[in-house]
Ligand binder design. Structure first.
Ligand SMILES: [Zn+2]
Ligand SMILES: [Zn+2]
Length: 263
């Protein structure tokens, strides 16, 4: 059994045939999916989908791309959404200096504000960090500690930076790029993460793993990330699936009737 800890099922490429994608995921052994919001509309929809479908949890938050649209009213609505029983995390939030869709000072301000909101809600945080490693780390250090924990999603930092996140109590999550043929950096980083701090995700519909690179991604394909991670850590597939599932349950406090595996 596997948990896809980061999916965007509110994306219109997946939302239209949600049942289909959920069925494929179940057939692939995915027991739970965390459906992550990126702005107010997708956060709302992620919670609605999680409320309607078994096997789905939700996270709400505003991505750095949309930090420029942040308003106090938005904060109030996100806070309300976050109190839904199927919301297990706050995110995704962070900094993205690759696209710079929002001015960097605004990204930082909205990131800090949401970190504080997440802490007030006692929710773990899902962190997006693209080409902003030092600023993300500085902000997390300044705003910590985070008693509810957090995850560096789709980790793209260096192996050298891994210990700094572990020290903050964070988990490190890997996605499709780990499976890419010349993915030396994530491979080296994964070696530095202890087994009990690893998570897996798809970040679908983006970042489809090999052998489906460049195609539409969906939660069933998290299997390929588990496979690759198992190879890197030199354990078998079942061990890696069970360990990353336990880690996700721990961080996100997941439990429920559809938790059928015994471990
Ligand atoms: Zn992201
Ligand atoms: Zn994402």
């Amino acid at each position: 059994m596997i948990i896809d800890t980061h999916a965007h099922l509110s994306d219109r490429r997946l939302a239209g045939e949600l049942q289909h994608w959920l069925q494929l995921a179940r057939q692939a052994g995915v027991k739970w999916i965390i459906n992550v919001g990126a702005d107010l509309a997708s956060s709302r929809l992620a919670v609605e989908q999680a409320a309607r479908h078994e096997g789905l949890w939700a996270a709400v938050g505003v991505h750095p791309h949309d930090a420029k649209d942040w308003t106090p009213a938005m904060a109030a609505e996100l806070e309300e959404l976050a109190r839904h029983p199927k919301v297990c995390a706050y995110g995704e939030i962070g900094l993205d200096y690759h696209y710079d869709f929002s001015p960097r000072p605004v990204q930082r301000e909205v990131f800090i504000e949401q970190l504080r909101l997440a802490r007030a809600l006692n929710l773990p945080v899902i962190i997006h960090d693209r080409e902003a490693h030092q600023d993300v780390l500085n902000i997390l250090r300044a705003e910590g500690p985070f008693p509810a924990g957090g995850v560096m999603h789709c980790y793209s930092g260096s192996a050298e930076m891994v210990p700094a996140y572990l020290e903050l109590g964070f988990y490190i999550s890997f996605a499709g790029p780990l499976t890419f043929r010349n993915a030396k950096k994530p491979r080296l980083a994964a070696r530095q993460v202890p087994m009990d701090r690893l998570l897996v995700e798809t970040d679908c519909p983006y970042l489809s793993p090999e052998p489906y690179r460049g195609r539409l991604n969906h939660s069933a394909r998290v299997v390929h990330v588990v496979e690759r991670l198992a190879e890197i850590k030199e354990v078998d597939f079942a061990t890696m699936a069970a360990q990353t599932t336990r880690n996700a349950e721990q961080l996100f406090g997941l439990k429920g009737a559809d938790a059928t595996e015994a471990n």
